[in-house]
Write a protein that binds this ligand. Structure first.
Ligand SMILES: [Zn+2]
Length: 523
């Protein structure tokens, strides 16, 4: 199955300079550490990498002064070309590799009508845009030119590797509670409401719009236990244009009777029906696919885990997601239910649920043995620092440094609503706050790996190289779109403005969102 995929996104965080190693303390001209000062978060398949930025000491005045004669974004339609391709001209920031952040003061990105990037000119002439387009091997599929306005730049879309769509309306509730208490008191009563398809439509429409509004072009969703509601969520992702993994959540025990699958058989049957429905919606899996989603072992009878492992075996294109070693309370309960195992890695592997397609949320408490197993099996980790430090019990922080050192794939998740925020920008900032994440960032040597292969996904997004699919965000930083972001000054370089956006921007700065070349931002 040729899956368009989910591989990723980025984001960058400046590092706490006090924690940086001596080799990383060289500062750029604007007080920003020059080396290893960014945490790149490549998503859909999670990569958190600590790159040494290759160059980018962008000259002063290279941006935004390029546009001093232009007040508004220019949108020029070439009427002779009838198709829906696009050309973007202006500042571009992306990661050509997992270890390099590239800042291009003025570039051209051409996108054909299929949403595939067909041109990337990294050093374009801003005074000669029409000739630039004319010089391209422009096909009739390239019909519009978007000339970014002052203060705007183009970045790849964000990827959220772990969230719960039915918790969209409960974000922020029960913060500070221990995980199992929070599930029983807050989450299960809320998620049970999705038995009502009308309720599911109302919340899921808002959820998908809300994530797109924040620039999340790819999301890995846990649904509720309900098959119909899960199908509704998948339908909205496809209709609204969000790249997504959507999973019917399996729960047959240790959940209230009003909110669990009626039996092992029903749990598996509904899962198979959702897989079939989503394949019917998107036969080639270009945007939406089902993801096998046992909530965690506590809520699943052994027969459910075994059945899901068999489904995974029969469907090698389907990713798998679950919660893994999230909190001590959860781990203790898991081992009591499965006394034949001494750790969760052995448990999930036994049932055929660990491998290169597995997305394991949290992984806060990891033994040497389990770290070795995750590496050997090729699993990916969804690091959710906001929820780890608010819901679950204790101030939990996954050993991201160890993941990186060992080459275990890691990406960022919002885990909303366990995490109070549905913003990847917030997840990035929280990751920076964690001391282990800062240490990871300071190393600058570990190379992140794509979890795309793990999920059976191809590297289709994540930067603007020719051949990738165009998942992108137009960021605005001046005028009414500035919001409360740190104000941009005339002598700021593009790199400085980018850093201000990452640390202080929000959805008000996200002006346009594209998935596969299609404009998808909710108005
Ligand atoms: Zn979760």
């Amino acid at each position: 199955m040729a899956v368009s995929a989910v591989q990723v996104q980025f984001l960058c965080l400046p590092v706490d300079r006090d924690l940086m190693t001596a080799s990383c303390r060289k500062e750029g001209p604007f007080g920003v550490p020059r080396v290893s000062c960014w945490l790149l978060v490549f998503s859909v398949t999670f990569n958190i990498v600590t790159p040494c930025i290759s160059s980018p000491q962008t000259p002063k005045h290279s941006w935004p002064n390029l546009y001093t004669t232009r007040n508004k974004s220019q949108y020029i339609t070439i009427h002779a070309m009838a198709q829906s391709g696009k050309v973007f001209l202006g500042p571009v920031i992306h990661c050509p590799s997992a270890s390099e952040l590239e800042i291009l003061p003025f570039a051209l990105v051409g996108v054909n009508s299929e949403g595939t990037i067909v041109s990337l000119i990294k050093n374009a002439d801003p005074e000669n845009t029409q000739d630039l387009v004319a010089a391209l091997d422009v096909s009739p599929s390239l019909d519009t030119i978007h000339l970014l306005a002052p203060g705007q730049f183009l970045i790849p879309g964000f990827v959220d590797t772990h969230n719960h769509a039915p918790q969209w309306a409960q974000r922020g509730l029960g913060q500070g509670m221990h995980i199992l208490d929070w599930l029983n008191a807050i989450t299960f009563p809320n998620e049970s409401r999705f038995r009502d398809p009308d309720y599911a439509r109302r919340i899921y429409a808002s959820c998908v719009d809300g994530f797109l509004r924040q620039g999340i072009t790819t999301a890995s969703y846990y649904g509720s236990v309900h098959g119909e509601a899960t199908n509704i969520l998948a339908g909205f992702c496809l209709e609204k244009g969000q790249r997504a993994l959507v999973g019917k959540c399996n729960m047959t025990r240790n959940a209230p009777e009003y909110y669990r699958d009626a039996s092992v058989e029903e749990s598996l049957q509904v899962t198979e029906a959702c897989i079939a429905h989503i394949r019917h919606l998107d036969p080639e899996g270009k945007l939406v696919r089902h993801v096998l989603t046992p909530r965690f072992a506590i809520s699943c009878d052994p027969e459910v885990l075994q059945g899901l492992g068999q489904i995974a075996d029969r469907n090698p294109d389907l990713p798998i997601q679950t919660h893994f070693n999230e909190a001590e309370q959860e781990m203790k309960a898991t081992m009591e239910l499965f006394p034949q195992f001494t750790n969760e890695a052995d448990l999930y592997e036994h049932y055929g649920l660990l491998g290169q397609r597995s997305i394991l949320a949290h992984c806060c408490h990891m033994s040497e043995y389990e770290l070795d197993r995750l590496k050997a099996l090729g699993c990916g980790v969804a690091h959710c620092p906001v929820s780890n430090m608010t819901v679950g019990g204790g101030f939990m922080a996954a050993p991201v440094r160890e993941f990186m050192r060992r080459g275990i794939k890691v990406g960022l998740g919002t885990d909303s609503g366990g995490g109070f925020s549905s913003s990847i920008l917030d997840a990035m900032r929280q990751a920076m706050i964690a001391s282990h994440a800062r240490e990871v960032m300071s190393r600058g040597q570990d190379t992140g790996l794509s979890i795309g292969e793990v999920c059976g996904l191809h590297d289709k997004v994540g930067n603007f190289e020719v051949g990738k699919e165009f998942d992108a965000i137009v960021v605005g930083t001046q005028g009414p779109e500035q919001g409360i972001m740190t104000m941009v000054e005339d002598d700021d370089t593009l790199k400085t403005v980018f850093e201000k956006f990452i640390m202080t921007g929000d959805d008000r700065n996200i002006l346009e969102v594209y998935v596969q070349g299609r404009s998808v931002k909710a108005t």
